[in-house]
Each structure stands twice: as C-alpha cells, then as structure tokens.
Design a protein around this ligand. Structure first.
Ligand SMILES: *Cc1c(COP(=O)(O)O)cnc(C)c1O
Length: 385
C-alpha cells in the first residue's frame, strides 16, 4: 500500500518537545517560536516572521492589515484552497476570481487587470505546488493601481522565483506548516511581513489587538487594547516540533525534488507520446517538490486511472474544486472573464504519492502501473479475457 501522503518526522521533534517540558514554557513566544521566526527571516529576508497556528490565520491577519471593508474586492485564482478566499470574505470582501495558466496552474497575470475596479484592494497570487507565480508582472500591476500583493505561499517554503524566496516578494506572505506540507507541525503557519509599514500593526493584531508584544520586549511599561485582532500565535509545543523540521528543511526538500525528478523522468515518454501532461516549471522558478501531478485527457479517464491505481494499493488524489463553482464561491464572489482553463485543467489533474519517506522503488512502481494503464491497457484486457 502506498499512501498519498505520510507526514515527515525527522526524529528530533521529541527532543525539542522535551525541552519545552523542562522549561515549562508552552504558550507562544518562547525559545522555539523565536528560533522559527529567525529561521524564516534569515532564509527569506522578510522583515518580520510571525508564527501562527495556520496559513489560514496568516491570511486572516493579512486581510485585517489590508484594511478590507465590506464591499472591497480581492483578486485571486479560483483554483485554490478555500482559506485563500474565506480570510477576505470574513472581512466582507467580494472575491474576483480570474483564470489560471494551464502550464503552472497559477493565476494568469494577463487576466488580472480586467478584474480591477475602484474597489479592488489586493491581489492574492497562490504559488501552486511551490512553483512561483509571475511576480514581476503582478507587482507591476499592483504598483500601477496602488494595490497590495498578498502571497498565498502555503506550499512555497524553500521555493524561489528569480532567486527570491516565495512569500517574501509581495507586501505580505503566508506559509503553512500543516502536516500535508513539506515541513510541518501538525497545524501551523507564519505571516511574513515584507513591507515594513505593516510590522507595528501586525504585532498588535497578532496579540488579540493589544500591544503586549512591545510590552514583553520592554518597549512600554504596560499593555492595553488598541486595535482589532485575535489569538493568532501558535504554541511553543508546535514550534518546538516545527523547529526540528526547519533544521532539516533543506534535506527534506532535496529528497522530495529527487523523487519529483524521478517521476518526471519515468513518465516523460508518456508525455512525448501525447498520452498525458507533466508539470511545467518556468526556467526562472526553483520549486520545492511539493506536488507531483499528471494531467490526463479528461475527468472520466482520471476516475478510471485512480480506480486502477487504488486497486493496486496506490493512493492518488484530486486537487481543488474551483471555488467559483462552489455554493459559497457563488455567494461571495464571481469569475471575471472566461473560464478557459480553471475547470478544464482542474478536472484533468491527479496528484501522485509524494512524501519524504517514499522510496525510488515505490515511485518506479507507481510509474509502472501508470504505464500499464495507458500502454498495455488492451493487452491487459486480453489477459483477463
Ligand atoms: C494548505 C493551504 C492553505 C491552508 O493552510 P493551513 O495551514 O491549513 O491553514 C492555504 N492555501 C493553500 C494554497 C494551501 O495549500
């Protein structure tokens, strides 16, 4: 049996967790929480990294920082996780979904401008599979129309666009450390404050709307309620676990890339024969092996392939059902322009098993069965008959 995902464990998590017990510091803001923040700041060059309980939280903080008011509009792809949208909908935003590019499954930067109105506040690019969106163009558009850029870099840890770490390129960036991601703490996330004008307010929103962070650093002598906010900070337990993973993050990413490349090499001949499509990585993007997907002819073929692999003990999964076609998506947003690729491409996409403990032999086995499904389908039926 090959599962789709098996959360990575490095072996150091328990040791670091034991340290939190020894120190009896379990709430946010402890030694490991600080270490995680510093790790992200060093790796990405962001001005301030705040450890949150999820990427959803980081997105919700971003929506508050963007000062979203009821009726304001936010532009994003429809092919994304619900949190990308709900974070802004919670503040009263109306979502403008635009089409994706079929090569990367990322927002089509050439479709953004037609979705801009006087009420537009922000653009939210989502770096699908850790492959960077066309950030130069997106930042140029944002500058021209005075909009914020908030990166949903949930899948983008240790991935780069033109040498810049994903999550560090827009005004704000959001990371996820959910156990389905490359490095994790069960549930977890971080807000990357790249635009320094947001640091002061971000720290207040983070601490329930109080200036407690400034107080604990000794900058002020008492703390008080000064803004809206919530309890966005993650506990020391999560961050002790996470820090063990961050220390090995390069190793974990390299292993995933190695598996990713093996999938690619093994399946290349099927793409050359026009049987399926493999992910396209733009030359200036350095991805992190977060997802390996294939695209087959259509939904029906995908169901048959999934069932074929499932019967042989191989678990594969679909990805997002486009948000604009969901009940809430229809209520809180609308698709701008034509849906040329979002629905069509999402219905063809299938994610193959990808996790740190997966072996090259297992990758080969998955590929052999995919090969069998496509090239020897007829022969196989004959054998059965
Ligand atoms: C995983 C993911 C999220 C949500 O992350 P959580 O940490 O579970 O809140 C948001 N956006 C994208 C694109 C994701 O992949």
């Amino acid at each position: 049996m090959i599962p789709f995902n098996k959360p990575v464990v490095t072996g150091k998590e328990q040791k670091y967790l034991a340290e939190t017990f020894a120190e009896r510091h379990f709430c946010g803001g402890g030694k490991f929480s600080e270490k995680c923040s510093r790790w992200i700041e060093k790796k990405t060059g962001t001005k301030r990294a705040l450890m949150t309980t999820s990427c959803t939280d980081a997105l919700e903080m971003s929506a508050i920082l963007a000062d979203i008011q009821p009726g304001d509009e936010v532009i994003m792809p429809s092919f994304t996780f619900v949190s990308t949208a709900t974070a802004f909908v919670l503040r009263g935003a109306h979502i403008k979904f635009v089409d994706i590019r079929p090569d990367t499954m990322n927002i089509d930067e050439s479709r953004i401008e037609e979705a801009i109105t006087p009420r537009t506040k922000a653009i939210v690019p989502v770096h699908y599979a850790g492959v960077g969106c066309e950030m130069d163009t997106i930042n140029d558009i944002a500058k021209l129309y005075n909009l914020l850029v908030i990166e949903d870099a949930a899948q983008g840890v240790l991935a780069y666009y033109k040498g810049k770490p994903l999550g560090s390129i827009g005004d704000l960036g959001c990371y996820s450390f959910h156990e389905t991601k490359n490095v994790h703490s069960g549930e977890g996330g971080a807000l990357l404050v790249n635009n320094k004008k947001f640091i002061y307010r971000a720290e207040i929103i983070y601490e329930k709307g109080t200036n407690r962070l400034a107080f604990s650093k000794g900058f002020i002598d008492k703390y008080t309620w000064i803004d809206i906010g919530s309890s966005f900070l993650s506990s020391e337990l999560n961050n002790a676990f996470l820090y063990a993973q961050l220390e090995d993050a390069e190793k974990i990413t390299n292993k995933r890339l190695q598996l990713w490349n093996r999938y690619y090499e093994n399946l290349k001949h099927l793409e050359e024969k026009g049987i399926l499509e493999l992910p396209k990585i733009p030359k200036y993007c350095h991805h992190n092996g977060h997802i390996f997907y294939i695209k087959v002819r259509n939904k029906e073929e995908r169901s048959k392939l999934m069932e074929f692999l499932e019967k042989r003990g191989i678990q594969t999964t679909l990805h997002y059902i486009p948000l604009h076609s969901s009940p809430a998506g229809k209520r809180f947003g609308e698709f701008v322009g034509k849906d040329i690729y979002t629905t069509r491409e999402s219905e063809r996409l299938l994610r193959l098993p990808m996790f740190y403990d997966l072996t090259e032999e297992e990758v080969d086995m998955v590929c052999d069965y995919i090969d069998l499904f496509f090239t020897h389908k007829l022969a196989l039926y004959r054998i059965r008959i």
